[in-house]
Each structure stands twice: as C-alpha cells, then as structure tokens.
Ligand binder design. Structure first.
Ligand SMILES: [Zn+2]
Length: 508
C-alpha cells in the first residue's frame, strides 16, 4: 500500500472504476429544508460550441451515488467546516472566495450544481473538491497566485471535477457500506489535515482496497477537469493564459514560501503533457484583457498579514511599499494595517488607515478595518458610528454586520444587539453565526426560551440537526416564554424532529 499523504483524499476522489463511469443525469435536488442558499442563479448562457467540447462519458444508466447521498455527505462536511479550527472563519475572506466561485460556477456547464467554498488555514498550495460541490482552498494557494485569474484557474479546475461528476462516480464505485466510509474519509480530511499520521490511518480503513486502481484513472479526469476549467475561465471573462502559466509555476515548484510544497501536484498530478494540452487549447482562444479585482488583492493581503510572526509580516509589507514591489499599493497598506493590528499597535495601524482613506476608493473592507481599530482603542461609540454609517452603504457586507452586533454584545448592550440582528436576519435569513450572536444576547438578558431557540436555529444552519433538536427541546421546556413564543417553538421542534427522523432513516 502506497503511503498516503494527508491530501491523498483528493486523489481518491478523483478516481473511478470503469463500471461506474456514468454521467449523473438526475437533477440536483433542492436542499430540502436546507438553509444554505448562497450560490444560486446560474443563468449564464454558454457559447454554442461549448457543449461539444465536453467529454463523452457514455450513457450508462446508473450513477449509483444518488444526489441525495451526495448532498448528505456534503452536509456532513459542512458541519465540520463550521467548527473546524483549520477553517478560516473570516467572513471577508470566505465571502470573497464564495463570490469568485459563484462567478465561475455561473459559467459552468452544470447550472443546477450549488457550491460551498471555504478557506483552509494551510500554507501548502492546494485546493480540493469534495462531494456535493464543497470546495476547499488553502491559504497557500491564495499566496502563490500572482493574480486573480491564476486563483480562478485552479477553482475552475476543481469545479470541473464536480460538474463532471468525478466524485459522484468514484463514490458510487464504493459499494460496500458506502455512507459510513465516505463520511469517515471526509472527516479525516478535515480533522487530520495537520496530522498526516492520523489521516493515513483513517483513510487506510476507509478505502485501502480501492485506492490503487482508482489512481489509474486520475490522469483522464485531470484532463477533463482542465478542459472544463479552461472553458469556465474563458466564459467567465478571466485571462485563460493564467492556467498554463500557474500550472507551469507549480510544476517548477518555484515561487513558494518555505515548507509549502505544492500539494496540489499530489492530488492533481501535473504532467508535461497536461500542461502542453492546456497551452494548446489556450492558443485557440481569443485573448481577453482581465482586470484583477481589488477584492482579490485585499483578501490576499489580509491572509498574508495573518501569517508568521507579526513583525515579519510588518517588515515584508513595509519593504514592498518602500521598494514599490506590489500589484496593488492599496492592498499593501491594507495588509500592513492588519499586521500592526496583530501587534496591538493601533497607532501605526491607524496611520495606514489614514493613507487608505486618502488614496483608495471607498471599500467595505476599509470600513471594517476602521471599526476594528476603534474597537482596539476601546472607542466603542466611534466604532459603532463607523458600523452604522458603513452598513447603509454596504448592507450585504457580513463582516460589518457581525462586527456591529458583536460590539453591542461586548459592551453589554444586549437589547441593541437583539434589535440589530433581528433586522439583519431579514437580509441574511440563513446565517448561523448571526443566530449565535443572538443567542448570546438573549442569554445576557436572561431570556431562556429565546436563547435556546436562537441557538437551535444556529445549529440548524450549521447542518447539525441533532443539536438543533436538543436546543429546541430546551427552549420548549423553558418557563419564560409567552404563549406566542411557545407555539412557535413547539411547531419548529416538530419540524426539526421530522427532519431528524428523515436523516436517521437515510443513514440506517
Ligand atoms: Zn484535478
């Protein structure tokens, strides 16, 4: 048995046995009763010849892995994502990635597939697709990508694996006790990412026997994913030359910070042929000028600011600014401000903010930074004024909403927090984190029913129905609700139990 690296799980998912090479024809189910509605509205029309470019995989009738099964696995993974310490829970970073992913998905051949993107705090250069359109991206990939098109080219490739049903087919080939093994394996990926020994153990039990022969098919799938990814990139208006360029860079193994081997290569082997194939295709596409978004550079700078020792991050940004070595000067000052924040150096952070205010066009991330600095200075009223003002300009910017709500909780103003969150839940009805802050606020107010109800709704939105039921039961036993509140809780408890029953039945 070949020794498996942590992210061999990616490779595992890319394989398939010939018998299972069937195209998934079923429509994706809407997530029955599922709260997440993030990526939607895939209405981009593809160029006519695009469909012809897709590989013919035959029409064997059975996918075997049903979309319901796939969705259940995806939900399990997302449950881990919400609680994992390895996943960046920064809404500005996640929302940027999700928006970029949505833009690419909208240009993909499968309009029904939904995607959940998240960022893993890991310096190695990697991205991986999991069942149900769940795609993880390492911080290392953000850093290695020189421009937005390079990042998009890897995302496009991963989206290609998903829309070509490579995962669904591979999983379908695991006839034995499928669900438990897949869940275990998926779990192993997230839990043991930072502990290769553990990951190896878990994956050996999960799928030792099928591993080797599945790897035989990886190359074919890689070619398909490249082809689809490139078409997505082109269709979404990115610079297609970024794909062969980034692949070449990764293959050469240059440009990487210490200790960050491109593990993407392990899960998606990059052969000279593969790069040549992509390069040839690019030659036949017309060149489009693609302007990188400021969001890309700000997000990347925020990630860079969070790495290593604060002082080395400060030095790096300062050197870059002094030597004018950057793609975006704004992002460099923005990153420097965050690096100073890590040292609690509010004064120097504020200097950078002042530079941004004078030189950058208004941006919600800059408002978040401004409010964060005021909070660091314990200038609560000033911070709240910034939040309040910024939210009228950028009502959909979650980081501002979270920051504002947190500021009320932290300053023991639960009434204001409750009012704000209830207002914002109309804009973000599926946001588990907002419900969590709401639960804290009710707890502060000593309102037991409402507190457990909010906590139940938070768990439900984090794909954890069992804990949602527990909390709703506590809410129903609370003595402090009025008739109206109690009847809402009872009805909701009934519905949650029904869903819990369905889940159990499917698993058994
Ligand atoms: Zn791949």
């Amino acid at each position: 048995m070949k020794k498996l690296s942590t992210l061999a799980f990616g490779a595992l998912l890319m394989g398939a046995t010939p018998a299972s090479l069937a195209v998934a024809e079923q429509a994706r189910p809407s997530l029955t009763g599922k709260p997440y509605t993030g990526p939607t509205e895939l209405d981009t029309t593809l160029p006519r010849d695009y469909a012809n470019d897709l590989p013919d995989l035959g029409d064997i009738a059975q996918t075997v892995l049903s979309p319901q099964d796939e969705q259940r696995i995806a939900d399990q993974i997302m449950r881990q994502v919400y609680v994992s310490d390895d996943v960046l829970q920064d809404p500005e970073i996640t929302d940027y990635l999700q928006a970029l992913g949505n833009k690419l998905a909208a240009a993909s051949p499968d309009k029904r597939q939904t995607f959940n993107f998240f960022v893993v705090n890991d310096n190695s250069i990697n991205a991986f697709a999991m069942p149900g359109g769940v795609i993880g991206v390492h911080t290392g990939l953000f850093i290695a990508a020189n421009n937005e098109s390079e990042l998009a080219s890897v995302l496009g490739h991963e989206i290609g694996h998903v829309t070509q049903r490579h995962l669904a087919r591979m999983l379908a080939s695991q006839k034995y006790d499928t669900f438990k093994n897949i869940a275990t394996t998926a779990l192993a990926l997230l839990v043991a990412r930072s502990n290769p020994q553990l990951a190896t153990g878990a994956m050996v039990t999960a799928s030792a026997s099928t591993m080797q022969r599945q790897l035989d098919y990886t190359r074919e799938h890689e070619r398909e994913a490249d082809r689809v990814g490139l078409a997505i990139l082109d269709n979404a208006g990115f610079d297609v030359r970024a794909m062969p360029a980034f692949f070449t860079t990764m293959q050469r193994g240059t440009r990487f910070v210490e200790g960050s081997a491109p593990s993407f290569l392990r899960t998606h082997p990059l052969t000279a042929e593969r790069i040549a194939d992509v390069s040839n295709r690019v030659q036949n596409l017309s060149y489009k000028q693609s302007k990188d978004s400021l969001d890309f550079y700000l997000t990347r700078a925020k990630i860079r600011a969070s790495l290593g020792f604060p002082q080395s991050a400060i030095d790096e940004f300062e050197d870059n600014i002094r030597e004018r070595r950057f793609n975006s000067e704004i992002a460099e000052h923005y990153g420097l401000a965050y690096a100073y924040l890590r040292k609690n150096d509010m004064a120097n952070s504020a200097k950078q903010l002042a530079w941004l205010k004078a030189n950058a066009t208004p941006h919600p991330n800059i408002e978040t930074l401004a409010a964060t600095i005021e909070m660091g200075n314990r200038q609560l009223a000033k911070a709240q004024a910034i939040y309040s003002q910024a939210m009228t300009q950028y009502p959909m910017h979650r980081a501002l909403v979270y920051g504002y709500a947190d500021s009320y909780v932290n300053s023991k103003q639960p009434d204001k927090a409750v009012k704000l969150i209830n207002e914002k839940l109309r804009l973000f009805p599926n946001d588990g984190h907002l419900y969590e802050i709401l639960a804290k606020a009710y707890s502060m107010k000593g309102q037991t029913l409402l507190r457990h109800q909010a906590q139940a709704e938070a768990y439900y939105r984090q794909y954890d129905v069992n804990r949602a039921v527990e909390q709703m039961e506590l809410a129903s036993k609370a003595k402090d609700g009025n008739f109206y509140e109690r009847s809402i809780v009872e009805a909701r408890l009934k519905e949650l139990r029904r869903q819990q029953g369905i889940e159990k039945e499917q698993k058994g």
